[in-house]
Design a protein around this ligand. Structure first.
Ligand code: PHE
Length: 355
């Protein structure tokens, strides 16, 4: 074997035995650097007789190619082995308790939904859900909304299809019909969720939250509705007495219909709920219209009841003194840190809702 062949074999063995990429790099420079094996062999060509030059150059070139190939394969193998090694070492036990688990915060909207759910569950309401992408039928028609009602206008409603048959629900009221169609009376449910209207300013965002309430049974009256809402508002604002008024209103799906305002006053830039001579609207309600019961396959001669729709974001703003609704959905971590709630403080009636 010529010296050249010996040297080449020597490098191949060294490479074969290299244990990590650092060793490979050292060998690489021994072979391929300016003064390395390959270049010094090329330099020797100048001193050779003319007739041998071509043959030797070809030999060095093919050795160069052969070694380059070996390097590439070795590099890939080593990389794989190093990744395997790291994966083995960097194993994490995800079942271990987190050290700093109080970093996350509950968004005020989630907090308020939990609080309201807790209040209503105390008097026997269960929780239902409906889809955000809703059909025109459940959102309007089944709810007794006439064909030419202004709410159906493109300016108010986000339609998903051009034929206006699918939309983003504009309120949680379609859950009333969906719930009644899939069960048998009596019904006593609340349905919190996202709702959408084409609107945006300090007190309106295109996506907002509502909570629907529905109580259907024999002999349910407006008196039950008033008692239920009175209880809710007192519990929610955690006050003993509340000033509340029912104002006649109109919704296609309730008859009679009312809007509920609560009394408040401003003291040192802070809102005091339950007293004072100012009024603030917080929800819409009424006795479920017989046509809605009919569309929900309920015998309206035997069963009747009330429904209400609460603006959740509005209540969160009021209770926690947040004055711009848009900030709710900006995902600003500093905001959430300030207004958010401790994940371990789950609201319950007996222990206090927001303490
Ligand atoms: N769906 C009505 C709204 O979005 C509120 C409402 C619900 C009114 C149930 C009456 C009964 O404004």
């Amino acid at each position: 074997m010529s010296d050249f062949e010996k040297l080449k074999e020597n490098f191949k063995n060294k490479l074969d035995q290299a244990k990590n990429s650092k060793e490979v790099d050292t060998i690489r420079s021994e072979i391929f650097s300016k003064d390395g094996f390959i270049n010094s062999e090329f330099k020797k060509i100048g001193t050779l007789p003319e007739k041998d030059k071509k043959q030797i150059a070809t030999k060095i070139n093919s050795a160069k190619q052969e070694l380059t190939k070996l390097f590439n394969t070795k590099a890939l193998n080593l990389e794989d082995a190093e990744i395997d090694e790291r994966v083995k070492k960097e194993k994490e036990d995800v079942t271990l308790p987190e050290k700093d688990f109080r970093v996350g915060k509950i968004h005020p909207v989630s907090q308020v939904i939990d609080e309201i759910s807790s209040i209503f569950s105390e008097i026997g309401f269960s929780v239902e859900e409906g889809p955000d992408v809703e059909s025109e039928y459940y959102n309007f028609t089944a709810l007794n909304t006439p064909e030419n009602h202004p709410a159906k206008d493109m300016h108010d409603t986000f339609y998903i299809e051009e034929n206006m048959k699918t939309l983003l629900r504009t309120h949680t009221s379609p859950v009333q019909v969906r719930t009644m169609l899939k069960g048998k009376p009596p019904f006593k449910i609340i349905a919190p969720g996202r709702t959408y209207r084409s609107d945006s300013d300090q007190t309106h965002t295109p996506m907002f939250h509502q909570l629907e309430g529905l109580h259907i049974d024999e002999n349910i009256t407006m008196g039950h509705l008033k008692g239920c809402l009175n209880y809710f508002v007192k519990e929610f604002f955690e006050v003993e007495k509340i000033k509340m008024r029912f104002r006649p209103s109109h919704f296609p799906f309730t008859e009679p219909s009312a809007e509920v305002d609560i009394g408040y006053r401003i003291e040192k830039n802070k809102i005091i709920i339950g007293e004072g001579d100012k009024w603030l609207e917080i929800l819409g309600c009424g006795m479920v219209h017989p046509n809605v019961l009919k569309n929900s396959k309920i015998n309206s001669n035997k069963y009747q009841g009330f429904a209400f729709g609460i603006g959740i974001d509005r209540l969160a703003m009021l209770k926690y003194g947040i004055n711009d609704l848009r900030s709710f959905f900006e995902c600003d971590y500093r905001w959430l840190n300030y207004y958010g709630f401790d994940p371990l403080d789950v609201p319950t009636n007996y222990r206090g809702l927001s303490k």
